[in-house]
Write a protein that binds this ligand. Structure first.
Ligand SMILES: [Zn+2]
Length: 273
């Protein structure tokens, strides 16, 4: 098993059927490659399966996987669409191997990740994705599809990772203390996070438990905003922060990052203590 551990380690035994990890901060990568490029890449070996709204393309993928993915991508699309209130058409690519997934995403490595968002598409990392439970697959696909559909440009990491998990967990049917188990353990031990998680907290070097907590902290910040001001307001804040910056967007809700941090800490305590 890779020494790289990441946010989905929190879900071991819950979303993960095995000991693998899944999901990650979005790696930088070239954007905008279209499915046509994949046709060019995989030629006649590309197999395309269409869901009701999704398109899944695989290269030497197991027979059942593409159909399963199309159904799950449709579900993920409906979940993202319900929050963003506009149609979402997922495009999911399934390369033949972990190495091929990294090449496709234009990054050095995707080891330990189940899927990555890149250039309008979700790229599944077959070996790691296969180790997720059904709920884990839906959560990961919805998380990555949220990145694809809503964008992340100009945003603090807590907002785009938290928003993606807000959408991913919104309809996943998991209790908050279960989905945020690592953070709950900290809170019960009397340790509350001091600040919203930043880039270093989301780095793979942050280590498994810290990384898991970073996602959970970010998730609860967005969940707090949705409960305080309404989901539509959270979505509007997300869009406004992309164009005008997060402080200005928060100010329209009568908040600053400092005030949000204070109230989020109370919310974390109240939800997880
Ligand atoms: Zn993410």
């Amino acid at each position: 098993m890779s020494v790289q551990v990441n946010r989905r380690a929190v879900l071991a035994g819950l979303l993960l059927a095995g000991a693998a990890t899944a999901g990650a901060p979005i790696p930088p990568g070239p954007g905008g490659r279209a499915l046509a490029d994949v046709r060019a890449l995989w030629g006649d070996e590309a197999v395309v399966v269409r869901g009701t709204s999704s398109l899944v393309a695989g290269h030497r993928a197991p027979a059942g996987l593409l159909g399963d993915l199309a159904r799950r991508a449709d579900l993920a699309g409906r979940r993202v669409s319900a929050v963003l209130r506009r149609p979402v058409r997922p495009v999911v690519l399934v390369p033949a191997s972990t190495a091929a997934a990294a090449r496709l995403a234009g990054v050095a490595s995707v080891d330990g990740l189940a899927a990555v968002a890149d250039g309008g598409r979700t790229i599944v990392v077959p070996e790691f994705f296969a180790r997720l439970t059904p709920t884990g697959r839906d959560v990961v696909l919805t998380h990555e599809l949220t990145h694809v559909a809503a964008g992340t440009g100009g945003l603090p990491v807590w907002l785009y990772e938290g928003f993606a998990d807000y959408v991913a967990y919104r309809d996943a049917g998991l209790p908050v203390g279960v989905a945020a188990a690592e953070l709950a353990a900290e809170v019960r031990a009397g340790r509350l996070p001091l600040a919203l998680p930043g880039p270093a907290d989301f780095g793979l070097r942050a280590g498994g438990t810290r990384l898991a907590r970073a996602y959970q902290e970010a998730w609860l910040a967005c969940r707090f905003l949705a409960e305080r001001s309404g989901e539509e307001t959270l979505v509007r804040l997300y869009g406004e922060a992309q164009t005008g910056g997060v402080e200005r967007a928060l100010a329209s809700l009568g908040l600053s990052t400092g005030m949000l941090t204070e109230r989020w800490r109370d919310y974390v305590r109240e939800q997880l203590a």
